[in-house]
Write a protein that binds this ligand. Structure first.
Ligand code: NAI
Ligand code: UGA
Length: 440
């Protein structure tokens, strides 16, 4: 099938690459010429396990092309995915300017039937705005071309994006046009071969399903983080509590890890956007408002622990930081808890020596101009001369460290474990003072 993907970020690039891997003829469009140049040179602009190989294979096979030429891209696909960013506006609502601009790009050029698919995470009612923008452009041209607008939200996780796209739990399609539903079923059939996991529903329900999923996951995390803080106060261990409740099949184990707050480009912005959508319709989402507030507070927990231990004035103190990305297996630092932590430490006068397996380049960009942050080539090197080790991201490479070697590097044997990767016992046996999240 001929497919166009507008936007080659985490979602667009994975979508285009995986669809071409299944034999589709895909053209990916982006306004960012640097990204397209990198892609055309056979590299990928993000770190995502397994993606580069798929991109290279399908570019080589001629099934995957990258362009900045809207004319070429918009005349190509029968199915036109919109996978551009929907960042938070100042008031928390999703900024739809890129989605609408992509829709206009399509409307300005389409000459035959298209299924325009919202893959970006967009508030309820956006499909209507996309349809209106396309109709307006067609009217400007004085032509009438048939098209359908469908919603097909994406549920992939960064770091596991290819696996999630190739083996989805479900594929949600919101559409009311029979031809669009038929084409979407045909496109996704290879991804759900063993049993059909495509759920077709009305467009508004599909749009809301995406926010509901992210909001539910964020709620579980904030719930556990609040309980973790309580566990510390009452002398309980949140890890025991996690296993104790996760074993109830009605609850399950997923997304119950307490930590230093959820980050990334989606949970924070999507929770805010859903709260905003509700308020625009005169409704208050009390649970989600609290989820967001709890997460904001949780992102400060590590800095508070450090200050409780070393004092409010951190001048002359140096800290080793393991992990900058908002989660393992990505270089993405959007809304990462490390950002707030580094800012708070540096503002209090401390210096930071950081290590992350892939996000150090991104970090240099994020903290450009901020003094006091240096980078170490290995986790151990980051510990040299530090007053404590702080773990922010649970990369696998951090999970079984050589505690004896770390002790020789640190000035003081103190660990703050923002992701509970070590557990208390092992570091304590090595003579460390251990501060986890919700650990006794
Ligand atoms: N990052 C993730 O893990 C997931 C993201 N989403 C949603 O998918 C959407 C995209 O997210 P990301 O891929 O992370 O964003 P991103 O910021 O990585 O990529 C968006 C891309 O769209 C391009 N773009 C913007 N306007 C354009 C236009 N008019 N024409 C062509 N290209 C244009 C930008 O240059 C950029 O390369 C968002 O709505 C997000 O909430 C959904 C599921 C997972
Ligand atoms: O809409 C999106 O963009 C995506 O958002 C999340 O994916 P992602 O943000 O890539 O990563 P997650 O693995 O969900 O982690 C998000 C944050 O929650 C934190 N987290 C996760 C799980 C947990 O138990 N505890 C916890 O604190 C992580 O450390 C991370 O900061 C969802 O999991 C995806 O299904 C969704 O498609």
């Amino acid at each position: 099938m001929k497919v166009t993907v507008i936007g080659t970020g985490y979602v667009g690039l994975v979508t285009g690459a995986c669809l071409s891997e299944m034999g589709n003829d895909v053209v990916c469009l982006d306004v960012n010429a640097d990204k397209i140049r990198v892609l055309n040179e056979g590299d990928i602009p993000i770190y995502e396990p397994g993606l580069k190989e798929i991109v290279q294979r399908n570019v080589g096979a001629g099934r995957l092309k990258f362009t900045t030429d809207a004319e070429q891209a918009c005349s190509h696909g029968t199915i036109m995915f919109i996978a551009v960013g929907t960042p938070p506006d100042e008031d928390g609502s999703a900024d739809l300017q890129y989605v609408v601009s992509a829709a206009r790009d399509i409307g300005r050029r389409m000459t035959d039937y298209k299924v325009v698919v919202d893959k970006s995470t967009v508030p309820v009612g956006t499909a209507d705005r996309v349809r209106a923008a396309i109709l307006e452009e067609l009217a400007n041209r004085g032509v009438s071309v048939p098209f359908a607008v469908a919603s097909n939200p994406e549920f992939l996780k960064e770091g596991a994006a290819v696996e999630d796209f190739m083996r989805p739990d479900r594929i949600i399609v919101g559409a009311d046009d029979e031809q669009a539903i038929f084409l979407m079923r045909a496109l996704y059939a290879p991804f759900v071969r063993n049993h059909d996991r495509m759920l077709v529903m009305d467009v508004r329900s599909a749009e809301l399903t995406k926010y509901a999923a992210n909001a539910m996951l964020a709620t579980r995390i904030s719930f556990m983080n609040e309980l973790a803080n309580l566990a510390e106060t009452v002398g309980a261990d949140i890890e025991s509590v996690r296993v104790g409740i996760g074993s109830d099949a009605r609850i399950g184990y997923s997304f119950l890890y307490a930590g230093c707050g959820y980050g990334g480009s989606c949970f924070p912005k999507d929770v805010k956007a859903l709260v905003k959508t509700a308020s625009e319709h005169g409704r208050e989402l009390q649970v989600l408002t609290a989820v967001e507030r709890a997460n904001e507070a949780q992102k400060r927990v590590l800095a508070e622990k450090v200050k409780r231990r070393f004092g409010e004035d951190l001048r002359g103190k140096h800290f080793a930081l393991w992990g900058l990305a908002f989660k393992p297996d990505t270089d993405d630092m959007r809304d990462a808890p490390s950002r707030e932590l580094v800012m708070e430490l540096v503002e209090a006068g401390a210096t930071v020596g950081a290590h992350d397996p892939v996000a150090m380049e991104e970090s240099r960009r994020v903290f450009a101009g901020l003094g006091g942050v240096s980078y170490a080539p290995t986790p151990l090197a980051a510990c040299e001369g530090a007053d404590a080790l702080i773990v922010v991201t649970e990369w696998k490479a951090f999970r079984s460290p050589d505690f004896a070697a770390i002790r020789t590097q640190l000035r003081q044997a103190v660990i703050f474990d923002g992701r509970n990767v070590f557990g208390a016992e092992l570091p304590r046996r090595h003579g460390f003072e251990y501060h986890g999240i919700g650990r006794c």
